[in-house]
Design a protein around this ligand. Sequence first.
Ligand SMILES: Nc1nc2c(c(=O)[nH]1)N[C@H]1C(S)=C(S)[C@@H](COP(=O)(O)OP(=O)(O)OC[C@H]3O[C@@H](n4cnc5c(=O)[nH]c(N)nc54)[C@H](O)[C@@H]3O)O[C@H]1N2
Ligand SMILES: Nc1nc2c(c(=O)[nH]1)N[C@H]1C(S)=C(S)[C@@H](COP(=O)(O)OP(=O)(O)OC[C@H]3O[C@@H](n4cnc5c(=O)[nH]c(N)nc54)[C@H](O)[C@@H]3O)O[C@H]1N2
Ligand SMILES: [Mo]
Length: 778
Amino acid sequence: MTSRTALPRYRPYTRPAAGWGALRSVARAWIDSGQPLRNLRAMLRTNQHGGFDCPGCAWGDSPGADRVKFCENGAKAVNWEATGRRVDAAFFARHTLARLREQSDYWLEYQGRLTEPMRYDSQTDRYVPIAWENAFRLIADHLHALDDPNQAEFYTSGRTSNEAAFLYQLFVRALGTNNFPDCSNMCHEASGVALGASIGVGKGTVTFDDFAQADAIFVLGQNPGTNHPRMLEPLREAVRRGAQVVCFNPLKERGLERFQHPQHLLEMLADGSAPLNTAFFRPALGGDQAALRGMAKYLLQWEREAQAVGGMPVFDHAFIAAHTEGIDDYLAAVDATPWARIVEQSGLTQAEIEQAARLYRRADRVIVCWAMGITQHRHSVATIQEIANLQLLRGNIGRPGAGLCPVRGHSNVQGDRTMGINDRPAAALLDALEKRFGFSVPRRHGDNTVAAIEAMLAGRARVFIGLGGNFAQATPDSPRTHEALRRCALTVQISTKLNRSHLLPGREALILPCLGRTDIDRQASGPQAVTVEDSFSMVHASYGQLEPLAPTMRSEPAIVAGMAKATLGNHPVDWDALIANYDRIRDLIADTIPGFADFNRRLHQPGGFYLGNAAGERRWNVPGGRARFQPHELADALLPAAARASAAQPDLILQTLRSHDQYNTTVYGLDDRYRGITGQRRVLFVNGDDLRRLGYAPGQSVDIRSLWDDGIERVVRGFSLVAYDIPPGQAAAYYPEANPLVPLASVGEGSFTPTSKFIAIRLEPTAEQADLVVSQGG
Ligand SMILES: Nc1nc2c(c(=O)[nH]1)N[C@H]1C(S)=C(S)[C@@H](COP(=O)(O)OP(=O)(O)OC[C@H]3O[C@@H](n4cnc5c(=O)[nH]c(N)nc54)[C@H](O)[C@@H]3O)O[C@H]1N2
Ligand SMILES: Nc1nc2c(c(=O)[nH]1)N[C@H]1C(S)=C(S)[C@@H](COP(=O)(O)OP(=O)(O)OC[C@H]3O[C@@H](n4cnc5c(=O)[nH]c(N)nc54)[C@H](O)[C@@H]3O)O[C@H]1N2
Ligand SMILES: [Mo]
């Protein structure tokens, strides 16, 4: 592995977030890249005008500010991609897939960048080199052999640039399907679905500048200290100027508590730190909808009290009258929700909810942010609509310093959706494509991620193409997902790094090595820029800075065009001409996607350009033209019927989350600094009282079994118990190690997102034999 091996250890972390710990960690990632001098240039060009967009998260920046704009985990992402190590034909000649499957996810990616196109040879169980043109021909042959284009699945991960994504959806729709499973299906799908129906646009309504004007910022189900570190700055600034920062998170995440600025010399030298919140609530898993409903109940009560005495209204009546509909039904639903259920489901006391409601009411301008703690539940759509309901009551959408902020994950996941990567595309997009390119666009909705797995398992889909990502590990119910890939006639992975998805080939398989964000992309007309869109709908250009490791790597747009040309010829466009100069791709985007007029000129503006957001301007693209209150009842029980129907009662409810040393399925290291974990990932965080109740001791090894009524055994073995500050009844483990526990059928209502933050589990002591297997297998 690496030179850095530490004994597994758990010791609570008492230092502030960021600060010296972050600097040490950046230095380590930098040195470990194997090419530190080369990468220094890359790091300094991260998120700068003329540089490249950080391949880390989708947080935006204040345009213009001329300073270093990367964070610890951005630096890790850059150095991880820009490594000097390579996984080439010689590497694959040394290893069979059977042997590679025994390695950890960490080891696989650590081996370096993929540099040559490879084909799986089932005779020798090895990947062997293949020429690019032959690879494209193989793909075309498989696609031509299908009875129906809906028998192929076209996955996208969220690092893909706008240019590559646009070409990909054009190719796939010209082929005849909307089968676009994507990482968004597992991520912010619920935000898009919920907000689309509530306010007519599935994106956040705020921009970076709004944070400086908010009186209160609510942060729900998000761990920005690890996953969006650049967000800590506006939070700290908000606390400093007296705004409220109110967190809802069952875990007291260090990055939401104290912060030391790693780029402020004085603070570092004085070893000072600033608080990052003014209130912290710790709900039950899945309890946010109930908590928000409780807050709405208080607002309604105070509104009535104000009316009775002729005091200041609590609701924004002018806004409600001019811009919304459905308030009566919603308030009736609020009245009908009993406190007993709110308290039981939220996991908070009524007094805590009252306090949260007071903080909310006191603020004139409120931004609500959220991430996976909100979106990966069965009732995520309803929860996000309850956030919107609350904001509508006080007119907190579409004015400065207020709004909705689903904080996106992958750096271009929002842009990929804008470009049309969507299994449920809007009719307007399809109409525009049809008009511009003159072919009959498929109208039938395609497969999302879960549906794609089901289709491959059932043999209905036979070709899988992955534009980035790690389908095998990011998806739920891992053994079934792995089987789904293996049943395909052809699997194709367009990737920068080796991961488990490459090791689960269909009967035939290809690895197509692509350039990443940091690499210089040279085409016939010279070096090319690509573009991305951040969480604030800012579109900007990204220019790679480093010479690619090998001339045999290709850009994502070139690979998509290569597949398209081999499959469709020059229909509906001259693919080669587009690749010669990406300006031509952007001209097509300008012709078909709203907001991109004059794309090639505007892309050169420092900081990029704002796509606009109708709801942010109080225009509501909802039938009826008004924002809609959505009255939901709270579910009878959070535990799904299928888990209740299983023979056993759950010991705990499990959420799966990210450590500080990972980017999704990419594991940078085995530490989780802020949670005090060193040298291990197979850990289960449990409350000390629960450990005693269940008869276990910290450090003991357990097997975790999940409850579902379909008769399938879902178990992961050899997890080390950590007594942790976590609310009773809850547990947490890392993704992707815990993914085998998430039943494929356990998805969000309306979003179909796997419920990765709510899994009913039982524990068993690890049997000795199982222990042995785990320690050998790694
Ligand atoms: N360094 C780094 N950056 C990343 C990523 C990464 O893996 N590493 N991933 C990127 C991607 S794709 C995404 S989507 C984002 C993910 O960003 P996050 O959403 O911050 O990621 P998670 O680790 O899943 O953290 C979920 C948080 O929600 C809390 N939580 C869980 N369940 C509940 C609940 O029911 N209610 C409430 N209120 N809180 C809950 C957890 O305790 C945890 O703090 O980050 C992006 N940025
Ligand atoms: N249990 C559980 N499961 C989850 C989650 C969870 O919280 N819990 N989170 C979900 C979320 S929010 C998301 S977004 C998904 C993430 O799902 P994915 O996006 O599929 O997974 P990643 O781990 O980001 O993909 C990593 C791989 O992407 C490839 N890659 C990296 N950069 C590039 C590039 O520039 N181009 C190309 N072509 N390939 C590249 C590398 O080969 C790398 O191995 O996982 C989801 N799964
Ligand atoms: Mo994500």
